[in-house]
Design a protein around this ligand. Structure first.
Ligand code: SF4
Length: 373
């Protein structure tokens, strides 16, 4: 099981970085965890242009001039957890709803008509409302109409992930939110999510179940972003070592305004976010990096080609938000409200290809047959 060092130890490792460590990390072909600490440190800040250039080189070398496009479908805003920063927290009074199977299909097909082939199915964490049976049925209904289906729902057991994989789910995203145990305790006030270690072990359970891809991340704004970046690097390296067949991704969700008026405890500036993205790209050239519509159009356009490989577009964070007249409340406000066509045009204007499909369910069917053999 992955264990994360004390957050203060991560901060100390970053505080000990010397100028020559930064220069050496920028020169090296492969940097280790010490190199990542160097690139996350304050001493690396004057070297941001060099980091951006190195990140751009590695991204093009590993991924070509492409960015994969996706959109979320919010299935439910019910949540049994009390997370201080989230609009779906059980504490908040919002219009809650869970989509029926027909409504979920209708929402997905609106995105299909808009050109999306990769969907991220999202829900609050309320297993009584959105359990494995529900997700399995949604996956079976959508699997033949989309190239790939991902989930961002409550942590599940390995056997449950295996069931969903067989039903057509290809990847799982589960964010630790913060790797600082003290802050984690302060902001996860009640519910299953209050168990730090259970959540920390979730990406490994999804990978062990055979998921094609597993995504990790930290909610930026809760704790020291430099130490979060180092913890993410350690988690990523551990997953690579133990699940080398699994594709890995990292997301950088930065706190957005949400119901409940929670203010970031440790605000993260765009400049800091860029440093974190460049550092992670240089640390792991093969990792998929997400930059969602939480960020504003100007920033997302500026980051094209500099590290991120997945962009969402035309996103709505309310269940039923694409087509239902009585959609539920939003999880958070998006920063970039442009459509798929508009974001694609911005990507093309920079000389990159927005990719709508880079996977086919037929590969998964083959995987299932191999598993059964
Ligand atoms: S962050 Fe997730 S688990 Fe926490 S309240 Fe929001 S939806 Fe629920």
């Amino acid at each position: 099981m992955f264990t994360v060092p004390e957050f203060t130890a991560l901060q100390t490792a970053i505080a000990r970085v010397r100028e020559e460590d930064v220069l050496s990390a920028l020169r090296g072909d492969r940097i280790g965890i010490q190199g990542l600490a160097a690139l996350l440190s304050p001493l690396a800040e004057p070297h941001l242009p060099a980091m951006a250039a190195r990140a751009a080189f590695l991204t093009e070398q590993r991924f070509g001039r492409t960015i994969q496009m996706y959109a979320p479908v919010y299935l439910s805003s019910y949540c049994a957890n009390r997370c201080a920063y989230c609009g779906f927290s059980a504490d908040n009074t919002i219009d809650r709803r869970v989509l029926t199977f027909a409504e979920a299909e209708a929402e997905a097909m609106i995105l299909h008509q808009r050109g999306f082939q990769h969907l991220l199915l999202v829900s609050g964490e309320a297993p009584a409302k959105v359990g494995v049976d529900y997700l399995e049925e949604i996956a079976r209904r959508l699997r033949d109409r989309f190239a790939a289906l991902s989930i961002e729902v409550q942590p599940l057991a390995t056997g449950e992930y295996a069931r969903l994989f067989r039903a057509g789910i290809t990847s799982v995203a589960v964010y630790q939110e913060t790797y600082d145990r003290e802050v984690y305790k302060q902001v996860h006030l009640a519910g299953r999510k209050a168990d730090f270690d259970h959540r920390l072990d979730t990406p490994a359970r999804a990978a062990a179940a055979g998921m094609r891809e597993v995504g990790i991340g930290a909610l930026l704004g809760l704790a020291d972003w430099r130490a979060e970046g180092l913890a993410l690097g350690l988690h990523l390296a551990w997953l690579r070592k133990h699940f080398w067949r699994t594709g890995l991704t990292v997301s950088f969700p930065r706190m957005r305004p949400a119901e409940g008026e929670f203010k970031p405890l440790k605000p993260v500036a765009e400049r800091n976010l860029s440093q974190m993205i460049f550092a992670l790209r240089i640390f792991d050239p093969d990792v998929g990096l997400y930059l969602s519509t939480r960020e504003e159009a100007r920033y997302r356009d500026g980051m094209i080609g500099l590290g991120p490989t997945r962009y969402s577009a035309g996103s709505c964070t309310a269940p039923g938000g694409y087509g239902l007249a009585d959609a539920g409340g939003e999880q958070f406000e998006v920063g970039d409200s442009r459509s798929l066509a508009e974001v694609s045009a911005a990507i093309q204007a920079k000389g990159f290809d927005p990719v709508r499909k880079d996977w086919d369910a037929v590969f998964q069917a083959k995987g299932v047959r191999q598993e059964a053999a």
